[in-house]
Design a protein around this ligand. Structure first.
Ligand SMILES: [Zn+2]
Length: 84
């Protein structure tokens, strides 16, 4: 089920963590696959999670269902220049 949903979303770097159906609305909790990020400033690889930023994406109709994406956006903090 989860894999099918990921394929349906057609986003290779996004994982569907969980899905919840409420009537005609399907809520998908998704997150990016990345566990680390490279700082665009200095190139330092950062694995320190700065914050999880969640936002909801509405209006993604799938058939006759309304799909809401609960996107978990991970942000990383650079040790060197302290940029996220
Ligand atoms: Zn940096």
């Amino acid at each position: 089920m989860k894999r099918i949903l990921t394929q349906l979303l057609n986003l290779a770097e996004v994982i569907v963590e969980s899905s919840l159906q409420e009537g005609q609305t399907l809520i998908l909790s998704v997150s990016k696959k990345v566990k680390s990020a490279v700082c665009p400033q200095c190139g330092q690889k950062s694995e320190k999670l700065h914050q999880n930023q969640r936002y909801l994406v509405k209006d993604l109709p799938m058939g006759d269902k309304e799909v809401i994406l609960n996107v978990n956006r991970r942000r990383f903090k650079c040790k060197k220049c302290r940029k996220t």
